[in-house]
Design a protein around this ligand. Structure first.
Ligand code: SAH
Length: 573
């Protein structure tokens, strides 16, 4: 595996045709979590896209490293409108589809040359490095490794120019990554690369790199906490870029002021019990500084392993995967999946959530005990893990979100309430099916589960009867199963007693999944043998209607009719 800057997302490999797939696969194997994005109908990848320019710009805006297996010029033209801000650019590389050339284009400060070298090494080719400082010194001095931060980019550029113009430098402090770098070293030089948590003193001959080796501990959360921390650092000559974490008492987990302060400072928030500073057990040597406003600074010399400093506030995100296909998974749900350390859910859905990063733990269960699964998710999250609980469709529609809230409401463990809980919606089966068929849910409708596992059958009958009387379009979830063989026929009987046999019905099976099928039929013709547990049944209202599509315009699932429920009701006008 290659050493992608851990602050970056896994790269996207952009493929425009089948000729590039072999090379793309080889590079994909280098980067955990990398995905092949293939032009629809030209090649098969992990993610399909239909318009190259839009897709590249969207990925770039999201900060995704891009490896485009196409001409450099195409990539440049697509991204040109976005290039004003140099500060945030992800690495962008062009890679010849036969693997014969790799050209780093953008992202000098986010490690594009490192990636170009890695890809070059894997493919046995020389990367087209064009950065002068890097050519001379074999590394980019302005892109220190994880755990270190450059004090000033402008100053860094001036410093590198000086060295390129012939100045020599000494190294003050510990910079192990420079050991094998071919720098013009001289212990007596006036130029110096200084590795220290102390702030840059403004000396133009110094390139200052800060190890993230400082923590700020605070027991209270005043509104000005971030300012107080900045003041404390400044008063003691410590660089803000050296700050590795803000530390607070466990009892303050979930306190918004602490979270805002950590966000303003751009550092993770960690929690410990007892005396904060002592409990952290910072590595030696370190200094303790008791600053104003009750803030204690801990200043070590080497980058701190933030994951070992107390613990994080756990996160639990309940998300919907949509019906199945990747492009119906919302970006918000995708982000929560990517961020998670643990994925919890019914085995089929955990599988559907993939591909996962190495290191992401799957907790796939076969049991239908949703409450138990929800409790397990809280146990993990209250240990500080970031847990994604996955459902198909929408998590709030006959799925995990309600079980998670039920578990929380009945929680004994006070730490469960401190977990950062979020529910992320998804495209529910009724919506995905309706869209394929046309717009059967175009007017008032209801969603009903025909499962009597968690509610008495009598309630289902009553609701069906009233929904039918109310002339609502009905979407049936869980219409039938081996354990519930007769219920659907009984349900149809109830609806037929009120609604005409010619009422439109849409059946969507495995919608948005391989082998998806869609059928339009009528209430009179519908038989329970047409339906299984992977089917969504939409029963129209008296107003739901249909008309023929152009031949061959049946959509992916082959429906020959558009079915819709008009927006108006009764006489039009
Ligand atoms: N939370 C899910 C529903 C879970 S209940 C959602 O919002 O979609 C499970 C039922 O949903 C199934 O019995 C079936 O009726 C329906 N369903 C789920 N996925 C489906 C799909 N891809 N195609 C058709 N029906 C589906």
């Amino acid at each position: 595996m290659a050493t992608l800057n851990p602050a970056l997302q896994p790269p996207a490999l952009i493929v425009l045709g089948p000729g590039a797939l072999a090379t793309a696969q080889r590079v994909k194997a280098l980067y955990a979590g990398a995905q092949i994005h293939a032009l629809q109908e030209r090649a098969q990848g992990d993610v399909a896209f239909s318009e190259l320019g839009d897709h590249l710009r969207e990925l770039y805006r999201r900060g995704t490293p891009l490896i485009a297996l196409c001409a450099a010029g195409i990539v440049i033209r697509c991204l040109a409108p976005l290039l004003a801000n140099k500060g945030i650019e992800p690495p962008v590389l062009a890679l010849a589809e036969d693997g014969s050339a790799v050209v780093p284009l953008l992202g000098g400060l986010t490690g594009v040359n490192v990636m170009a070298r890695e890809i070059g090494a894997a493919l046995g080719i020389a990367p087209a490095i064009t950065t002068s400082g890097e050519l001379r010194f074999g590394t980019c001095l302005l892109n220190p490794p994880e755990g270190y931060a450059l004090s000033s980019l402008a100053q860094g550029k001036r410093f590198v120019s000086d060295l390129l113009a012939g100045d020599t430098t000494r190294i003050d402090g510990d910079a192990p990554w420079l050991d094998n770098v071919d720098l013009p070293r001289d212990a007596a030089a006036s130029h110096a690369i200084r590795v220290s948590p102390q702030a840059w003193d403004g000396n133009p001959a110094h390139l200052v790199i800060h190890p993230r080796s400082v923590v700020a501990c605070a027991t209270d959360s005043p509104a000005l906490l971030a300012e107080y921390v900045r003041d404390a650092l400044k008063a003691n000559g410590v660089a803000e870029q050296a700050l590795a974490a803000l530390v607070a008492p466990v009892a303050r987990m979930g306190d918004a002021a602490f979270e805002q302060a950590a966000e303003a400072l751009g550092v993770p928030l960690r929690f410990v019990d007892g005396d904060l500073f002592d409990a952290l057990k910072l590595p030696e040597p370190h200094r303790r500084i008791d600053a104003e406003h009750g803030i204690t600074l801990g200043v070590a010399l080497e980058p701190l392993d933030v994951g070992a400093l107390g613990r994080a506030r756990g996160r639990l995100t309940v998300l919907g995967l949509g019906p199945g296909r990747a492009d119906l998974l919302t970006p918000m749900a995708r982000a929560a999946l990517d961020d998670a350390t643990d994925i919890v859910g019914y085995a089929t859905y955990v599988e559907m959530a993939g591909p996962l990063r190495p290191g992401q733990v799957r907790h796939a269960t076969d049991n239908r005990e949703e409450l138990q699964r929800a409790r397990h998710a809280f146990e993990l999250a209250s240990e500080g893990r970031r847990v994604a609980v996955v459902s198909s469709g929408d998590p709030g529609v006959f799925a995990m979100a309600a079980a998670v809230l039920e578990a929380l409401e009945g929680a004994q463990d006070p730490l469960w309430r401190r977990v950062d809980l979020q529910i992320v919606p998804g495209v529910s089966a009724a919506l995905a099916t309706a869209a394929q068929a046309g717009a059967p849910l175009g007017h008032d409708f209801c969603m009903l589960s025909l499962s009597d596992n968690l509610k008495p059958w009598a309630v289902i009958e009553k609701r069906l009867h009233h929904a039918a009387l109310a002339d609502l379009v009905m979407a049936f979830y869980n219409p039938i199963s081996r354990a519930r063989p007769w219920q659907l026929d009984r349900a149809l009987e109830i609806v037929r007693a009120v609604r005409a046999p010619e009422t439109r019905v849409v059946l969507g099976r495995d919608v948005g999944r391989p082998g998806e099928t869609l059928r339009a039929t009528t209430l009179g013709a519908l038989q329970s043998s047409d339906v299984d547990m992977r089917t969504m049944v939409i029963v129209g209202s008296s107003a739901t209607r249909g008309f023929g599509r152009e031949i061959g315009d049946g959509g992916a699932a082959g429906l020959l009719e558009w079915v819709y429920t008009p927006r108006w009701y009764g006489e039009r006008g």
